[in-house]
Write a protein that binds this ligand. Structure first.
Ligand code: XBP
Ligand code: MG
Length: 238
């Protein structure tokens, strides 16, 4: 099948953002007088639940922290709004960089007429902050569909955000390739029918990526021409 569009995950795939997410969560917890502090080892476990609000709820239920039991869904949502604001400030004022090979791969897609899209569980405003900070203010327009947490009833590993993106692109899944860094992301892409290339990230490098088309250390090691040839020859699980 021809490769018509590439659909990128954001966190961990375009950039190593999860440490910034973790610090933003901890800052907001502190400001709310909560005694929670998510360390890297705990955060790795918590990342199995996608979505910041869902992760906070899971933390309260699975770890029963002191001060956690009385938090309502509304309070969690309000704290998450503050966390999103803090994350954006950290991204736009800090030294956030794209992962190696990402800018070149996106440029190659644009040069070769391969359409671009995003499928992420994070909030849309975080995507905008990351793209404009790293790729420039015009870059949002390069992506024909930006599916974010707001668009998906169920977050990854459910296929919802990919299905939303496919509908926006008006393309069948077999014409698209997903790029992900986590097994949750791979499952979402595969469940929506897309072939999936994986570039594992800091928090996901020891995960199992069964079903992926290819696993590469980063996009620096991946040739778009090679992928297009493989998919055209029907090696994408079509
Ligand atoms: C990323 C996530 C997100 C971020 C935090 O998963 O799970 O929840 O950790 O962002 P993916 P929010 O890379 O599969 O999109 O707090 O905005 O949810
Ligand atoms: Mg990811």
């Amino acid at each position: 099948m021809p490769l018509t569009a590439v659909v990128f995950d954001v966190d961990g795939t375009l950039a190593e953002t999860e440490e910034t997410h973790r610090k933003a969560f901890n800052a907001i917890f502190r400001e709310h007088g909560l005694s929670w502090n998510w360390g890297a080892q705990l955060y790795k476990e918590l990342l199995k639940v996608t979505g910041g609000k869902e992760r906070m709820r899971h933390f309260i239920e699975a770890y029963t922290p002191v001060d956690g039991r009385e938090l309502s869904q509304q309070e969690i949502a309000a704290m998450h709004v503050e966390k999103t604001k803090r994350f954006k400030e950290m991204v736009t004022s800090g030294d956030m960089a794209l992962r190696p090979g990402v800018a070149g791969f996106i440029a190659a897609c644009r040069e070769q007429g391969v359409r671009l899209a995003i499928a992420t569980t994070t909030s849309r405003s975080n995507v905008d902050a990351l793209l404009t900070t790293t790729l420039g203010p015009d870059s949002l327009a390069w992506f024909e569909a930006i599916g974010a947490g707001e668009q998906a009833e169920r977050k990854k590993p459910a296929p919802d955000v990919y299905e939303w993106v496919l509908a926006k692109l008006d393309l069948p899944a077999r014409h698209c390739l997903a790029v992900e860094d986590s097994y949750n992301g791979v499952q979402a892409a595969l469940a929506a029918g897309l072939a999936c290339l994986v570039t594992p990230s800091f928090y996901t490098e020891d995960e199992d990526f069964g079903g992926a088309l290819e696993v590469a250390p980063s996009l620096e090691q991946v040739s778009l021409e090679g992928l297009r040839a493989r998919l055209a020859a029907g090696q994408g699980g079509d």
